[in-house]
Design a protein around this ligand. Structure first.
Ligand SMILES: Nc1nc2c(ncn2[C@@H]2O[C@H](COP(=O)(O)OP(=O)(O)O)[C@@H](O)[C@H]2O)c(=O)[nH]1
Ligand SMILES: [Mg+2]
Length: 442
């Protein structure tokens, strides 16, 4: 996600960090690089202009911020401006009296049905009684796709294959859903390949009938500016309340994420980051800005870990990692936790200083099974003090874990390297930053 921007911005950040003075040349160069990066990432041209102008404006007469050096001051201003164009965090609106109806709209193939499932799962995890409804009367398969998803997460799905009028159908199923005492109802609407007046009229009628608390435009991030143009059409007719950006995991350049708020004037509420139902998160502008600047995304990482393990353990682990005091026992525990988080590549990309460096990283998950086996064959003392592992201990461990001495050596070496890296990160303060001040990368 945002690889291109992160890579380019990281370069700018590194250059600025090294700069001793805020001279004109340094700043001009940084702004030029940023301008190019934003345009390459397909950010709307007006938004790019405003971004550069605002940063320039803020720099006039800017004193170096206390505690920061010159370059860091500029980075801080860039960060503030990123937050500005990303907009504030915007939670889901609730209806005054339940059920809260959330209508998902957009062209065909952008991810509406998938997103209906994802959002239902997310709401359910927050303790809400949620149901889903398909208003697509033309394609029976559309309703089935939604119900299959709903079934997989234990959420009721309402369809009516005999009703061929979308507005009447919506009324009918909403009534059923109300009677079931649901707090939230998600409407998965029909899409078309292009803007289509008939569909628009239908959506407007549905809107009038059910008075949704949210009308969310589901935009495929890979479509770049086109998606924004289409969204504008939907906005004119329906009055959107927000956007859900899907497919940010693909090779989307991410420009749309930076353009939506300014161009449409509505917030991004959620992002879809994969095909699986759990690949979905609320949109956090501060984290995205940090991610783009290459400062990593420790918060998201910790949060994901928290949902996979209990909170205390996550805190403890984060502390140990940051203090570079983790043992082989910790390593084993972490590997198990990390494996619960999903594909390792995604997890690693969120770690500061690593994200921008690994582009096409593929992790061999089998390696982890082997590592775990090796650590399992060690005594507690060996796990806590790996330096006592001599030749004969290595032989025993290798035999016990069904590996070779070479494998054991490799693990010990990797462990040492990891510790070294953590010490370095601790010294440079890189890992500490997002923890101390969640809203500032410093
Ligand atoms: N990689 C990725 N694929 C997605 C995401 N959201 C949806 N898709 C895929 O996009 C395709 C179309 O999705 P669907 O929900 O049927 O779109 P709809 O026509 O708008 O209802 C499917 O293959 C989905 O698996 C996402 O966030 N990431
Ligand atoms: Mg669909």
């Amino acid at each position: 996600m945002f690889e291109l921007l992160t890579e380019k911005f990281s370069n700018v950040v590194e250059k600025l960090k090294r700069a001793k003075r805020l001279d004109e040349k340094t700043i001009d160069e940084a702004l030029k690089d940023i301008r190019r990066a934003l345009l390459e990432a397909d950010v709307n041209i007006e938004v790019v202009k405003q971004f550069i102008n605002d940063v320039k404006g803020k720099l006039v007469g800017q004193e170096v911020i206390k505690g920061l050096n010159a370059g860091e001051t500029v980075i801080k201003l860039i960060y503030d401006e990123l937050l500005e164009i990303l907009g504030e965090e915007a939670p889901l609106q609730k209806a005054e009296k339940p059920p809260t109806v959330i209508m998902l709209v957009g062209l065909q193939g952008t991810g509406k049905t998938t997103t209906a499932g994802k959002l239902a799962r997310w709401l359910k995890s927050k303790g809400y009684a949620v149901g889903v409804v398909s208003t697509d009367v033309r394609r029976p398969a559309a309703g089935k796709q939604l119900c299959t998803l709903a079934e997989s997460i234990g959420v009721p799905c309402f369809i009516d294959e005999t009703e061929k009028d979308a507005v009447r159908l919506t009324e009918k199923v909403i009534k059923q859903a109300q009677e079931s005492g649901l707090s939230h109802i998600i409407l998965d609407t029909a899409g078309r390949l292009h803007i289509d007046q008939e569909l628009m009229d239908e959506l407007v009628k549905i809107k009038e009938k059910v008075n949704p608390a949210e009308i969310l435009y589901v935009a495929d991030a890979m479509q770049g500016q086109d998606a924004i143009n289409t969204a504008e059409e939907f906005h004119k007719r329906l009055g959107l309340t927000g956007v859900i950006l899907t497919k940010l995991d693909g090779d989307a350049k991410g420009g749309i994420a930076l353009s939506v708020r300014k161009v449409l004037g509505v917030p991004i509420k959620f992002i879809g980051v994969g095909e699986k139902i759990e690949d979905f998160e609320p949109f956090h502008p501060d984290r995205i800005a940090q991610r783009i600047l290459g400062l990593g995304d420790i918060q998201t990482l910790v949060e994901k870990m928290q949902s996979a393990i209990d909170e205390d353990k996550a805190q403890e682990m984060a502390k140990r990692v940051m203090n570079a005091e983790f043992t082989l026992e910790d390593l084993k525990e972490q590997l198990q936790m990390i494996r619960n988080l999903g594909p390792l590549e995604n997890v690693l990309k969120m770690i500061p200083g690593i994200g921008s460096k690994i582009k096409d990283l593929k992790v061999d998950e089998k390696q982890f099974v082997r590592i775990e086996a090796i650590i399992n064959s060690m005594t507690p003392e060996e796990r806590a003090n790996p330096h006592i592992i001599n030749g004969s201990r290595k032989r025993r461990i290798a035999r016990g874990s069904g590996t070779t001495i070479m494998d054991v050596n490799r693990l010990l070496k990797q462990y040492k390297e990891m510790k070294k890296m953590m010490k370095k990160m601790k010294k440079s303060g890189k890992m500490k930053l997002p923890f101390n001040m969640p809203n500032l990368p410093f």
